[in-house]
Ligand binder design. Structure first.
Ligand code: CA
Length: 222
């Protein structure tokens, strides 16, 4: 899954990016409202963390413009603790959730997991496909009770496919959701990752749909 962080405080921005990367997400970041708006308008993020008080374009305007242009990704806003009006205005502008500053990183991570779950139609952190279980909270992948160690790209790839189980996911879509903006993207590497993932998992839950992409079968035998 790929996330966007829009926050003008450099320290908070860096802390968010590093915590989210550590949690297994591809992350892009912006330090002002204009750049943030542009990224959210042009890249397909799975969720966004958006500060309200931003230079160049405030967070509420950014959010309103995304929503009126039909951008539906889940948005978690960061508000000042004593500004209840930020929360009300934020929800009315199209926010899905909020966290008040100063925040605990664990809370941001938990709220993002919940938003990503809801957006993809899952109700728990644990996603299961056949004998493969992926826990989005711990980042652990287990096959038939045995832990499997994955690289960050392999994990992102599997997590994206598992969130979208049952649906055909094209190679282009995978590229857009597992790499951050600065990564030298090459859709051929997706094929390589899929091959490694199949080998590491030891069970073939990833179906290749010729000419279209890949699909995980939610009814795969356990
Ligand atoms: Ca700010």
């Amino acid at each position: 899954m790929r996330l966007l962080v829009v926050e003008d405080d450099k320290d908070i921005n860096r802390q968010l990016v590093s915590a989210l990367e550590q949690a297994g997400y591809a992350v892009d970041s912006a330090l002002d409202g204009e750049q943030g708006w542009f990224l959210g308008d042009t890249e397909p993020y799975d969720a966004v963390v958006l500060d309200i008080g931003l230079p160049k374009k405030d967070g509420l305007s950014v959010l309103e413009e995304w929503r009126s242009a039909g951008r539906t990704m889940p948005v978690l806003i960061l508000t000042a603790r004593d500004r209840w009006s930020d929360k009300v205005q934020g929800f009315d502008a199209g926010a899905d959730d909020y966290v008040a500053k100063p925040f605990h990183m664990e809370e941001v991570l938990a709220r993002l997991r919940a938003l990503l779950r809801r957006a993809t139609g899952h109700s728990t952190n644990e996603l299961t496909c056949g004998s493969v279980r992926l826990d989005t909270k711990s980042g652990r992948v287990v096959v038939a009770g045995q832990a499997v160690k994955l690289t960050s790209h392999e994990y992102r790839l599997l997590a994206y496919l598992m969130h979208h189980m049952g649906r055909i996911v094209s190679r282009t879509e995978l590229v857009e959701h597992i790499y951050d903006q600065d990564f030298d993207r090459d859709s051929n590497t997706v094929e390589v990752f899929i091959g490694r993932l199949r080998k590491k998992l030891g069970v073939d839950i990833i179906e290749t749909v010729r000419g279209l992409g890949y699909r995980l079968d939610p009814d795969a035998a356990p």
